[in-house]
Write a protein that binds this ligand. Structure first.
Ligand code: FAD
Ligand code: NAP
Length: 533
């Protein structure tokens, strides 16, 4: 086989994870390159250009912390970074650290096989180029494989079709048009209010109502930004010590029923007015005790009932089939208010799934709805979709996909037993998606980079995750998750959103501080669970 290039490290993906590990490995003198299917950096913020797309963790938190220079140089304009601003930031980082020359754009990795003779990965691109590398790092993203449900008749639709997770670069003009949107998750909650501003008619098809709290979005005042910058060290440390990697959400100290109903209402009201996810951090037991959780859930339902004028619509929008916070909580700007607009209607498809898509729209319960444009806000094949899309074979020709057919198993969310020198950043069973993700990305990258250096310094060719340690880690993850309410929801956290996908709770919910402590202990114990040879 002709080898077109030899590298120390090949990275797949040029989002925040790929860019940071590229920077680390370049700084250490490794021969390293990224392969990225898009034509620019940014990952999530390159693909999700839908109206209203922005992060829902405040920008001063949702940003890299590895470079003090970068922290001081970049000025966030708004409380929550918008998609264009986040994409600009990614490009800025790419330029500042001279990364672009080591990135191959418009190139998809389709296959990778660990060669027994060479003890290296042989990687194939969609352009049939073959690259040999010692380390293969998957920075392929947890929310990077858009899910378009296989609804009969999709190909017959004559209007425009969009997916929030693969939005075109040029913003479509919905002015005066009839638009249908399927889905009411975070992407829909952000885009529905904006689309409704120009569309002549917007029809929302909702299968499951979602809890959403007000973001209370605003510009970021200069004095607040400067104060944060001056004290960045303190804020970043607070984030690292927290459960979910957000400085201002420190672990609560009192439980739900320690306070009277009146006091609890005052606390929830304050959190509601403040905006963001504060409410979920009000009491210690909200995510472990159903009765406690119900107090917060009912508080939010009552808010929805107050905001939405039409009683029937309000009730349809009230989530009742899962505890609050067990599906990814949404933050919104006027989401529920949007249903008071004359040009917006809500169709509840919980009991009447969409039967088929037609030339002009879709059928549900024998009623045809027509529109000019159809938006899929139907989410992603999360956490395993992008990894499984690459054919990854170990030296015994066993595929990673087949290993994961009953659900993913990893060691610390970073390696898979019997797939040596293959690393993933924020993989399944890591706290990644249950945290401020850039914080988790930085922690994983530092860990993997140091592991590679340790391997190199000790002249090892291979590092592999021990299968017993992997099983213990997976069991620990399940135990932690099963002690919470998370498994009660049907969500992308447990594969429920994809027909035919194996079911099981995938993220580590023990918190970022605990997770880092565990990782640090493994290193102190001479990289416990990692076998070098
Ligand atoms: P990604 O940004 O997904 O990048 C992965 C890259 O890999 C992509 O560019 C993809 O094209 C590329 N790739 C994948 N497979 C291949 C292949 N086979 N060959 C070549 N290239 C490939 N997180 C938060 O913490 N806070 C938020 O507020 C937040 N908001 C979000 C909003 C949206 C709309 C979405 C979708 C996600 C959000 N997230 C948020 C999660 C977000 O994905 C992470 O914060 C972060 O951007 C992930 O970075 P990443 O580099 O790991 O992955
Ligand atoms: P999502 O949360 O998975 O929501 C998908 C929506 O589509 C759900 O309402 C789902 O209904 C519906 N759906 C899926 N298949 C369907 C079908 N066949 N028929 C009818 N409805 C169907 O996806 P998302 O909104 O893109 O968000 C994914 C994740 O990305 C978020 O959880 C979050 O982590 C991140 N994100 C963050 C932000 C932010 O504010 N920062 C914004 C967007 C995304 P069911 O619930 O019934 O399955």
């Amino acid at each position: 086989m002709k080898i077109d290039k030899c590298l120390d490290t090949l990275i797949v993906g040029a989002g925040f994870a790929g860019m940071y590990i590229l920077h680390k490995q370049m700084s250490e003198g490794f021969k390293v390159e990224i392969f990225e299917q898009a034509d620019d950096v940014g990952g999530t913020w390159y693909w999700n250009k839908y109206p209203g797309a922005r992060c829902d963790i405040e920008s001063m938190d949702y940003s890299y912390s590895f470079s003090e220079d970068l922290q001081q140089e970049w000025n966030w304009k708004e409380k929550y970074g918008t998609q264009p601003e986040l994409l600009e930031y990614a490009k800025f980082v790419c330029k500042k650290f001279g990364l672009r020359k080591n990135i191959n754009f418009n190139t998809k990795i389709i296959k990778s096989k660990f060669s027994k003779e060479k003890q290296k990965w042989i990687v194939t691109t969609d352009k049939q180029k073959v690259i040999e590398c010692e380390h293969l790092i998957l920075a392929t993203g947890n929310l990077s494989t858009p899910n378009t449900p296989k609804i009969p008749g999709l190909n017959n639709y004559k209007g425009n079709i969009y997916h929030t997770g693969a939005w075109p670069g040029k913003m479509p003009d919905f002015n005066g048009r009839k638009v249908g949107i399927i889905g009411t998750g975070s992407s829909a909650v952000q885009s529905i209010p904006i689309i409704s501003n120009t569309a002549e008619k917007l029809i929302v098809f909702q299968r499951t109502p979602n809890f959403s709290l007000p973001a209370r979005h605003r510009d970021l005042p200069k004095d607040k930004r400067e104060e944060y910058k001056k004290n960045y060290k303190k804020y970043r440390q607070l984030a690292k010590n927290s459960s979910f990697g957000i400085a201002k959400y420190q672990p609560p100290t009192q439980s739900t029923f320690e306070v009277s109903d009146e006091e609890r209402n005052v606390i929830y009201e304050k959190a509601w007015q403040e905006g963001g996810q504060a409410m979920l951090f009000a009491f210690t037991d909200l995510l472990i005790d159903e009765k406690a959780n119900e107090t917060a859930a009912e508080f939010v339902r009552n808010k929805i009932r107050k905001i939405v004028n039409d009683k029937e619509t309000a009730e349809k929008l009230c989530p009742k089939n899962h505890p609050i916070g067990t599906k990814r909580l949404c933050l919104d700007s006027n989401y529920f208010e949007t249903y008071n607009k004359k040009n917006v209607s809500l169709i509840d498809i919980s009991n009447e799934p969409i039967e088929k898509i037609t030339e002009k729209g879709l059928f549900t319960n024998n009623i045809e709805y027509s529109f000019d444009d159809l938006v899929f806000a139907t989410g992603f094949d999360a956490m395993t979709g992008a990894v499984n899309a690459i054919e990854i074979l170990n030296d015994e020709d066993v595929s990673l996909k087949s290993k994961w057919s009953d659900g993913p198993k990893t060691y610390l969310g970073m390696m898979v037993s019997n797939f040596p020198n293959l690393f993933m950043i924020t993989g399944p069973q890591s706290p990644g998606v249950k945290s401020q993700m850039i914080l988790s990305i930085e922690q994983h990258v530092d860990f993997i980079h140091n592991l590679i250096i340790h391997k190199k310094d000790n002249k090892y060719r291979k590092v592999n995750a021990n299968s017993v340690n992997q099983d213990k880690w997976v069991n620990h993850n399940n135990e932690v998750a099963n002690a919470t309410l998370y498994p009660l929801a049907h969500s992308w956290y447990n594969g429920d959103n994809i027909v035919g996908k194996s079911k099981g709770f995938m993220p580590y919910v023990g918190g970022v501080a605990n997770y880092k402590k565990i990782c640090d202990e493994k290193v102190s114990n001479n990289y416990e669970g990692f076998e070098f040879s």
